[in-house]
Ligand binder design. Structure first.
Ligand code: AMP
Length: 283
């Protein structure tokens, strides 16, 4: 496994792979790997021989009051896990390598960020779209793999690739969960043992919503009310949003027809957790 820190060396490496008619799959990450990250790497290896994993805690997607400085980091452990997944290149740029002091070009989407996480984190998706565009230009992948856990992010990347004519196939991978259902996340590390138990209420409310829709419920308001009371029955939770929306536009739906995306963000103590699930009407 090669570790590359400079963007020029990364571009040259990518050029060499491409000149051999081989394909590159990219898994962008902020590190502190868990099995969700590893499942993305496994998927990447299925589609391509050359797997590049980027590890970069991207400052432009954190607001000043968010956890950029304290975001969990463990590079040695990440490198050992990546090696086991037969990663070919770990691209680990320094902050200054991607953002010079004169940096001033950002990628903004007009509509998709105006929902869900974009409302409470107004500059988040601008940071994500910008850094992913930069990674695409540097690594020149044929495939890029993202988790469905960050559903809105995946929708935004797909739209951006279409709008900006990136010649890259975007692949979404299902959410990898702990055995009790909690979605794996680097931020789960912040949870103490009581909060870890409480955190399960996100998954439980999605499962309950799924069962309600399977039983014939089509009114998002009634489903959201039930999820709200389930979550609020736990101490130290505060709901950022619970929404039932169109998976393509991320706009609220008035009635569930066939299927819809339920997405939620909940603070458990100070830790902000997100999860989602497609709700489907029984046919
Ligand atoms: P992060 O390091 O949190 O920025 O995540 C890097 C990639 O891993 C993103 O595409 C995430 O959607 C994906 N990811 C995070 N958690 C999971 C999970 N539990 N299952 C599958 N993919 C995930």
């Amino acid at each position: 496994m090669e570790i590359i820190k400079s963007y020029k060396s990364m571009q040259q490496y990518a050029d060499r792979i491409r000149s051999k008619q081989e394909t590159i799959a990219l898994v962008p990450t902020m590190g502190f790997f868990h099995k969700g990250h590893l499942s993305l790497m496994k998927k990447a290896k299925e589609v391509s021989n050359c797997l590049v994993v980027s590890l970069f805690v991207n400052p432009t997607q954190f607001a000043p009051d968010e956890d950029f400085d304290s975001y969990p980091r463990d590079t040695e452990r990440d490198l050992a896990l990546a090696e086991k997944e037969s990663v070919n290149v770990m691209f680990m740029p320094e902050r200054e390598e991607l953002y010079s002091s004169e940096f001033q070009t950002y990628v903004n989407l007009e509509k998709l960020p105006n929902h869900l996480c974009g409302l409470s984190r107004p500059t988040f998706f601008r940071g994500v779209a910008t850094v992913v565009s930069k990674l695409f230009n540097i690594i020149k992948p044929h495939y890029a793999i993202f988790g469905q856990k960050d559903f809105q992010q995946l929708a935004i990347i797909r739209q951006m690739v279409k709008d900006l004519n990136f010649d890259i196939e975007i692949i979404g991978v299902p959410t990898f969960r702990e055995s009790d259902g909690l979605a794996m996340s680097s931020r789960n590390k912040y949870l103490d043992s009581n909060q870890r138990k409480t955190a399960l209420c996100l998954f439980q409310s999605l499962e309950k919503a799924f069962a309600l829709v399977q039983a014939g419920e089509t009114d998002p308001a009634r489903i959201i009310a039930k999820a709200t009371s389930l979550i609020e029955s736990h101490a130290k939770t505060s709901i950022d949003y619970i929404k039932i929306c169109d998976p393509m536009t991320i706009e609220d739906v008035v009635t569930i027809k066939k299927s819809a995306l339920m997405a939620l963000a909940v603070n458990v103590g100070k830790t902000r957790l997100i999860d989602n699930r497609i709700l489907e009407i029984k046919t």
